[in-house]
Structures are given as C-alpha cells and as structure tokens.
Write a protein that binds this ligand. Structure first.
Ligand code: GLA
Length: 413
C-alpha cells in the first residue's frame, strides 16, 4: 500500500508523537541507569534514525511502534493458569509502553527502583517516589505486584558496609570490632527491611527477600559478598525474620536466584533453604530468575528444580524470564537483521517452556518477564553491546513469533 498525502501526514504525526514520548523517557531513563546492572536502551536513536530514513524513503518500510489491538491478551490467555508479569521502570507507566503493559500483563515488578541503592541510598534517606509510581499504576490497573529486592550484593549502597569510623567493615581484623560490625550491619539490615516492608505490605504481596546468595564456586557454596563476609549466613535469617514480622502472614517471602536448574547451584540452594526451614525461618518460596537462551537449559531441568522445592513445601515463581537469541558463551551479533529461523526457533522454545509451565501450574504461581518488549532489555548490553531480542514483543511493540508460540501456536508458520 502506498500512503496518500493524507496518510503521510497521519503517519508523520504518529511518529512525532512516539518520538517525543520516547525522548522524554530516554532522559528519565538515563538518570536511572546509573549502575552497571542497568539496561541500555537504543530505541530512541533507532526511532529517530528510522524517521529520518522515512522522510527520504518510502513510508511502508518504516514500522511505527504501536500497541496491536487485534491480538489476544497474554495475561487473559493464561488467566486459568497463573498471572503473567513484567519488570518495568517508572517512566513506562505512561505512554505507549503503559498501554502494552495494560493489555498484556497483570503482574509487575520494578526493574531497578526497588533495589537497595535506589530505594535506600544512604542510612537516613529513603526514595519512595519511584516505587510509589509503580504501585499506583498497578493499583489503578488491577495488577499484582512483586518487590525486587530487599537484599542483594550489587546495586547496594556502601554505607551498609562502612563502620562508625568510615572504614570498610571487610577490612577489619580485630575480632572484637568484627563482632561489633556484624551487629551494626544486621541492625541496619533489620531496619531497612522493616521500614520498606511496613510501607508496602498492603500493596505488595510477593517479596524477593534475598537475591543471588548462592555461588557454587565460593566456600560452602555461599556467595562471598560483603553481607556474607561481615555477617556470615545470619544476614539471610535476619532479613526473612524482619520481613515476616513487619509484613505479617499474608505476604509471601522468596529467595531468588539465577541458574536454579543447574544441579550445583540448585543443590546448594536446596540445602540452604532446608536449613532455614528446619530453623523455623519464614520462607515461602523460590524465585527462579530464568534468564535462559535459545540453546539451554532444558525445559525438563527447569521443571525438575521446581519440583524439588515444591516437595519441600515451597512455592515457585519464575521471576525474570527472558530468552537470549545467542548461546551463553557466544559473543557474536546478528545486528538489526535477526534471521527468521532464529525467531522461529525462539517461538518453538517459548512454546515448549510455557506448555511445561501450564502442565505444572500446581507448583508454579506466576511468570514474570524481565521487560516486555525488545526495545528495552538488559541483554542489549550484556555480556556485550549488541542486538538481542529476548522477549515476546519486538522493538515496535508488535507480537513476535515467540508471542504466538506462547499464546496460539496455530498462528506459527
Ligand atoms: C539479575 C537481577 C535483576 C537484574 C538482572 C539483569 O538477574 O536479579 O535485578 O539486574 O540481573 O539486569
């Protein structure tokens, strides 16, 4: 179809609108992306470049971001199984992205703004505004919420680990002062957890209490983080107990980690969780990040791990799902032209994964994607800067084959 003058004007104004919104978002996002773990987002440059090309070229070549009205809702398709969620930044709660979220998900988590350094940047300062925005958006739209994460070894202020004299606690060699430091750190943690949980306990029911505390390569399989070096495993117990005491019995408390299907990681995690449970530490479930790729792990290993934790009486949640189009050790780059067969393979693998999730809905209470569309994903800059496409919607926010693999495979070629 060739655009008439009327359509050209129509198309231009749509594009301008999108561009303005996205540029504004870009500024906000730059402010948020202060840490090495934050996402990069090239969408705005892309949209601008596309627009320039569009003025010189033909309009039908330029896909415009939009929310497709005529496709099913992802969350509605899974209504009888479990909620479907996405990680978001506050700026995505307005504009086109918010429309995509409203149509397709009924569960939200913050991509960055609930992390310790963002919400509690210094001992006497909490930043509530950004989390409040997400809470408000979720409430208005009837969505459930998760909190990610009360404790982590990265994206956490150094102030937690600095003693009264301003010295890093990990450098202390005097055993008496080491004990004092441990107490100070656990007191700070207790107060951090109670303050945040008390504020949001009525709005947020699902909480990542600790994130990534297992590392099979470290002594005892426990990540040698500053938390661990200063306080030993007690920091985990302190965080869970404080969360339960502040939040009461109705909030669900999770231990979250990546690679939970990997036997080495899984078995250390299992041992830790069992010890915690035997001691009466209040823990409700395991969050499986599920940052997977086109080539691994097997769907069977993902489900087997969930089954093991379920047998312990715990819930399972998929907390950060995405699927890189590259193998984990592959540093190549398809550039903007991702081969069709790769997108097709991704659709088949997503299909297989969600079929298994549906079959195991009794042991799985939710699936949260780490993002919603390929215009905004941490995998564009990890492990290197390149094009990746790990989600169900493309950079124009349109359904990819992967979407159909999950929602209606009869639509796949
Ligand atoms: C980990 C963290 C998330 C996020 C992702 C990728 O999985 O738990 O908060 O930072 O890495 O960015």
């Amino acid at each position: 179809m060739v655009c008439s003058i009327f359509f050209i004007i129509g198309c231009q104004s749509t594009e301008t609108l999108v561009r303005n919104t996205e540029n504004q978002n870009s500024e906000e996002e730059n402010e948020l992306n202060h840490s090495s773990e934050s996402n990069s987002n090239n969408t705005n440059d892309q949209v601008t470049e596309d627009a320039v090309e569009y003025e010189h070229d033909s309009i039908e070549e330029t896909p415009v971001p939009s929310v497709e009205e005529d496709i099913p809702s992802l969350a509605a398709a899974y209504a009888e199984y479990f909620p479907i969620g996405a990680a978001v930044e506050p700026f995505q709660t307005t504009g086109l992205k918010s429309e995509l979220l409203k149509k397709h998900v009924n569960y939200l988590v913050a991509e960055n703004v609930m992390k310790p350094d963002a919400i509690h940047p210094s001992e006497d300062k909490y930043n509530w505004e950004n989390t409040d925005k997400i809470v408000e958006f979720a409430k208005i739209n009837g969505m459930e919420l998760r909190f990610h994460t009360l404790v982590w070894h990265t994206q956490v202020g150094n102030w937690f680990f600095t003693d009264a004299e301003g010295k890093p606690m990990v450098d202390e060699t005097d055993p008496v002062k080491q004990e004092e430091n441990k107490k100070l750190l656990l007191d700070r943690l207790d107060s951090h957890v109670r303050t945040i949980v008390s504020r949001y306990k009525d709005d947020i029911k699902s909480w990542d209490v600790v994130n990534e505390v297992i590392e099979p390569g470290d002594p005892e399989g426990m990540r040698a983080s500053e938390w661990y070096k200063i306080a030993g495993p007690d920091f985990i117990e302190t965080a869970f107990r404080a969360a339960r005491e502040a939040g009461g019995p109705n909030i669900k408390l999770y231990i979250n980690d990546y690679g939970t299907d990997n036997p080495a990681k899984r078995d250390h995690l299992y041992k830790l969780v069992k010890e915690l449970m035997d001691k009466g530490v209040p823990i409700d479930g395991v969050g499986h990040q599920t940052h997977i790729d086109l080539y691994g792990p097997t769907v069977t290993s993902v489900i087997e791990s969930m089954q093991m934790f379920s047998d312990l009486g715990l819930d399972n949640l998929v907390t950060e799902l995405d699927m890189s189009i590259y193998a984990w050790d592959d540093h190549s780059d398809y550039g903007e032209e991702i081969p069709e067969e790769i997108l097709q393979k991704q659709a088949e693998r997503y299909h297989e994964l969600f079929e298994a999730f549906k079959e195991n809905k009794e042991i799985l209470s939710g699936v949260v994607f780490w993002g919603i569309a390929d215009d905004h994903t941490w995998l564009d800059s990890f492990p290197i800067e390149r094009t990746n496409a790990p989600l169900l919607f493309d950079k124009q926010l349109h359904a990819k084959p992967a979407f159909w693999g999950v929602v209606d495979p009869s639509k796949l070629p």
